[in-house]
Design a binder for this molecule. Structure first.
Ligand code: NI
Length: 175
């Protein structure tokens, strides 16, 4: 395993539509292993292949149980409810935006051997499914943020300080 470089916003790779995976071979397994290591090292919540420069429909999402789910050729097949909160991205370091997402998301995908499975999750993991799958279509969360506004860590810290008084809490790991 090895870590791979995470591409940042501004690189045209992140705007491209990724191709479907058709070969579930050692090369795909290597990519997934490397992405896992890259995600762990970056202390992120999710990671999509285009973020490491590979234009294939592959991503990782951390489930509510803390396990990293490998998704190949994923698609969202069901959503329910709504959540709002700050979202970040490993390709947009240090900046966060307010994004609305479904509260619950169900996906269908293939595992590293091509076997089809379904996964369903809520909260941060539901948010992450949406975020990562959008990466595969060349979209970043920055396109969806409320008022087009991105906040720095310092701005978020100040807001969180104020929110602590009202007892609200937000996650803000990169995806
Ligand atoms: Ni991202």
């Amino acid at each position: 395993m090895a870590t791979r470089n995470i591409i940042e916003r501004g690189d045209e790779t992140l705007g491209k539509v990724c191709r479907e995976v058709t070969r579930f071979d050692p090369r795909l397994h290597q990519l997934l292993d490397d992405m896992r290591e890259t995600l762990a090292q970056a202390n992120g919540y999710g990671l999509a292949a285009p973020q490491v420069g590979i234009l294939r429909r592959v991503c990782l999402v951390t489930g509510s149980d803390g396990e990293v789910i490998e998704l190949v050729n994923p698609e969202i097949i069901e959503t329910a409810g709504e959540q709002e909160g700050f979202e970040g991205c490993l390709s947009v370091p240090g900046l966060y935006g307010w994004v609305k997402r479904p509260q619950r998301v169900k996906v269908r995908a293939q595992d590293r051997n091509g076997k089809v499975f379904e996964a369903e999750d809520v909260d941060m993991s539901a948010r992450c499914f949406c975020h990562e799958i959008e990466h595969l279509d060349g979209h970043l969360f920055t396109e969806r943020v409320r008022d087009g506004k991105l906040y720095t860590e310092a701005e978020l810290d100040a807001m969180e300080e104020a929110e602590r008084e009202s007892g609200r809490k937000k996650g803000r790991k990169g995806e």
